[in-house]
Ligand binder design. Sequence first.
Ligand code: SF4
Length: 271
Amino acid sequence: MSLYSHSQLSTYEQCPLRYKLRYRDRIKREVTGIEAFLGIIVHETLRRCYNDALRGTVSTPMDLFSYYDELWERKWHDEIVITRNDISLEDYRAQGKAMLIAYHQRYAPFNSEVTIGTEMKLMFSLKENDNYMMVGFIDRLSRTKDGIHQIHDYKTSSHLPLQEEIDQDRQLGLYSIGIKQKWPNIEKINLIWHYLAFDRELISHRSDEDIRRLIDNTIRLIDEINDATDFPPRESALCAWCEYPDLCPLRKHLYEVDPLPRSTEQPEAGA
Ligand code: SF4
């Protein structure tokens, strides 16, 4: 049985060697990019905000800031890497707060729809025989007053994708498969990305034909990974955030003096 996440599949597509080192060889690293760290803190803050709303407490902007600051201090560690020299640590920290205040202004008191869950773990199968199992975490699942279910995903990226890119996005399309397997009576699902740095919502839908194509393409990719015997490095702009430069034939000459620590696992950037 295969068990994959969207993040694993994306890592393989970006660089097969990085995929092998992380998921097959399970070489663990502390190293986290500041962008991924910021994403984790913002996600956890919004999760708390909606969980509080479920209990009847509406977070104020100061509540969000206070929780954000507390998380930032508590989770900060020395292996967080800032690769850009034009943005300071305090700039990054302020960016997260700006995203939260814009989100609060737009959505408070967070009751325009019913929150069904936050950080919901989904396990689902792409085929009836369970040979292609997927796992994922939905940032938030909600239901509108009209009974439409909505899968929400928070993005702290500084890149705003085009609608065409969103319409091809694999991650939330897969999650919609998982939701329909869990609750077969659900008919319509909106896929919603919150690009927090732009205060923008992008919405997409998947037809039955889109879903069939998504399943076929994902199964093909999983077969390719399962059958792979060669995992070549694939250099790209993403190498700047790679945790294995010292093990990479294309980059190790840059890191021979000061190899990176190997203690614990790199958090998923998925988010
Ligand atoms: S440095 Fe780049 S090419 Fe090398 S393993 Fe990492 S992502 Fe792949």
